[in-house]
Design a protein around this ligand. Structure first.
Ligand code: DGL
Length: 230
């Protein structure tokens, strides 16, 4: 059994992507909606929420776990002393790698939750792979609640206004590659592409899910094809 978790919509999207990539795998998805959003919480609060997310999935029989949440991944990468987080897949490492491969001018922008952006984790990961790359990380928390709004109730003008404000935060910094560092943001991709007109947009949801699927063994990929939403 494969376990996937997030605070909500972004992880649900990843779980569906994963089921599409591995139609025979058994996947259980848990959204901690009660404690959403994650991006505004402190590292200490998140650490204890993440421990219980992992525990919940393990008690359901999950052997491999994927944190389909940039915020969770940033806390886990900053908590190397916590044994429970060992072996939990995150979206950040494959996303940082994809961005360094995609950029041509070496300027990489990141939009993410307040927690992920303030951790500076993408800067660290990207500079370790590409010391010459310049990285700017901007908090984009208002996009999380817009992504959680059902598409039929979401006002496209609200998304555009929020995206323009975030774009303005980059100032003179002209990234050719933009990381969508929160799994929730993939559902806003089209509107974000209009505002940010960058050469490449890298969604952590897609990069993280593909990398996780590729890391699985034959036994984990072949079950009875169940996708369970807790
Ligand atoms: N989907 C999550 C992420 O990738 C969390 C969004 C939130 O709950 O703030 O960071």
């Amino acid at each position: 059994m494969i376990g996937v978790f997030d605070s909500g919509a972004g992880g649900a999207y990843c779980a569906r992507l994963l089921a599409g990539l591995l139609p025979q795998a058994d996947i259980v998805f848990y959204a901690d909606r009660e404690n959403a959003p994650y991006g505004t919480k402190s590292e200490t609060e998140l650490r204890s929420l993440l421990l219980s997310d992992v525990e919940k999935l393990r008690s359901f029989g999950a052997e491999r776990i994927f944190a389909a949440c940039g915020t969770a991944g940033s806390v886990m990468l900053n908590s190397p002393e916590e044994p429970t987080f060992d072996g939990i897949a995150n979206v950040l490492v494959p996303t940082a790698k994809a961005a360094t491969e995609a950029t041509q001018n070496g300027y990489i922008g990141v939009i993410a939750t307040a927690r992920t952006a303030s951790s500076g984790i993408y800067g660290k990961l990207i500079r370790a792979l590409c010391p010459a790359c310049q990285v700017m990380e901007i908090p984009a928390q208002p996009l999380v609640s817009l992504a959680e709004t059902p598409p039929c109730l979401r006002n496209p003008d609200d998304v555009r206004t929020a995206a323009e404000k975030i774009r303005a935060e980059f100032g003179e910094f002209e990234p050719d590659t933009l990381i969508l560092g929160c799994t929730h943001f993939s559902c806003l991709k089209r509107a974000l592409a209009d505002t940010f007109s960058v050469r490449r947009m890298i969604g952590c949801a897609e990069e993280g899910t593909r990398a996780f699927a590729a890391s699985l063994g034959e036994r984990e990929k072949h079950g009875s094809g169940r996708l369970i939403f807790l």
